[in-house]
Design a protein around this ligand. Structure first.
Ligand SMILES: C[S@@+](CC[C@H](N)C(=O)[O-])C[C@H]1O[C@@H](n2cnc3c(N)ncnc32)[C@H](O)[C@@H]1O
Length: 330
């Protein structure tokens, strides 16, 4: 990567949090080159200046680097938990409206799965509020349109599609209005400290499959923003390969396999905090590309895996290894 590419990757990281090492230096170079050509810029330097003065092009570049992968009822269990939680915590005795945030929501499959879950459990739309945010305008437009293809419906549990979608072509399904109307979409950048400052606290935040694209200090910052944005003892769902290890003082685990955490203590106005320095267990020694590959495998096969070298030494771990193995301290 030459110095101008490094500068542009740093700009992307500063603005949207994307760690260039996660997505891959080569991939970023390829995207930058494609945009340079499309904008008729003679060199990457010219494109860099153009990018800094042209908001629309910067947004277009963001669309090219974000990963909008999502589907209905991804990972399953968080949605089952939601109903158990609302019922067992008797939330309705404490509030007349349950507030849930889906961030990032990508093209809407996650917040709509939350809405369907609550409707199926017998809740009325006036009893809950679902806010859903993402940085990608393109994904948000798709979410608001509510038209999905087979790619959004994975796994075996698909009966909900018959109940809540109307087939509009042989490959497309339109979400019905009564579910669409349950979700409020908006465009937000979740790495901004102010992101949740003017909102009433949420009872539950779903933040799945985006922290993996951020470096450790940024993960610490985002977790602090969520701590601030959650109601007392509120819940945070992370993705299957994410953790609160950068802000363990703010959250305690409820279910490690499902990556469900409980807010601890009181809300404080977010401010920069130093991430915890933690010992490097095998789980943290992974390189980021292997991390992403394993995350994809866990997603696909719902597995827990330990990768060993020929001598039997653990090189990488994935999934809820802590349920089966204990690593010696030191
Ligand atoms: C892999 S999707 C996750 C969607 C959903 N939560 C799920 O787990 O299925 C990641 C999303 O993060 C969004 N994203 C990336 N950086 C962001 C930021 N700084 N602020 C808000 N959204 C962001 C992307 O636009 C993309 O839609």
């Amino acid at each position: 990567m030459n110095s101008i590419e490094v500068k542009m990757a740093a700009l992307l990281q500063e603005k949207i949090g994307l760690d260039p090492n996660v997505i891959g230096i080569r991939e970023i170079s390829r995207v930058l080159e494609r945009h340079r050509v499309a904008c008729n810029c003679s060199s990457l330097e010219t494109y860099f200046h153009y990018l800094q003065t042209n908001k629309a092009e910067f947004e277009a570049l963001i669309e090219s680097v974000v990963v909008p992968e999502t589907w209905f009822f991804r990972d399953g269990e968080p949605f089952n938990f939601l109903v158990r939680y609302i019922n067992t915590e008797k939330l309705f005795h404490q509030t007349d409206k349950i507030k849930i945030l889906s961030v990032p929501c990508a093209s809407g499959e996650e917040p709509y799965s939350i809405a369907i879950t609550l409707l199926e459990a017998g809740f009325k739309p006036h009893q809950f509020q679902i806010d859903a945010v993402d940085i990608s305008q393109k994904s948000l437009q798709k979410a608001q349109r509510g038209v999905y293809t087979r790619h959004s419906f994975r796994g075996n549990y698909l009966e909900f599609r018959e109940r809540y979608f109307l087939p509009i072509t042989t490959t497309e399904y339109q979400l019905i209005d009564s579910v669409k109307n349950c979700v409020n979409f908006s465009m937000e950048n979740l790495i901004n400290f102010g992101f949740l400052s003017n909102k009433n606290p949420y009872h539950i935040i779903f933040c799945r499959n985006v922290l993996i694209y951020f470096d450790s200090p940024l993960q610490a910052k985002v977790l602090q923003i969520f701590h601030f944005g959650l109601a007392k003892a509120g819940y945070l769902f992370l993705g299957r390969s994410e953790s609160v290890s950068q802000a363990e003082q703010l959250f305690s685990p409820v279910d490690l396999r499902e990556r469900l955490f409980h807010k601890t203590g009181e809300s404080l106005q977010p401010h920069p905090i130093t991430p915890l320095v933690i010992a490097k267990t095998p789980a943290q020694r992974r390189d980021r590309k292997i991390d992403l590959l394993l995350a994809g495998l866990i997603e696909h096969f719902d597995l827990t895996a330990v990768l060993c070298d020929l001598a039997g030494n653990i090189q990488h771990t994935a999934g809820a290894v802590d349920r089966y193995l204990q690593f010696p301290v030191g």
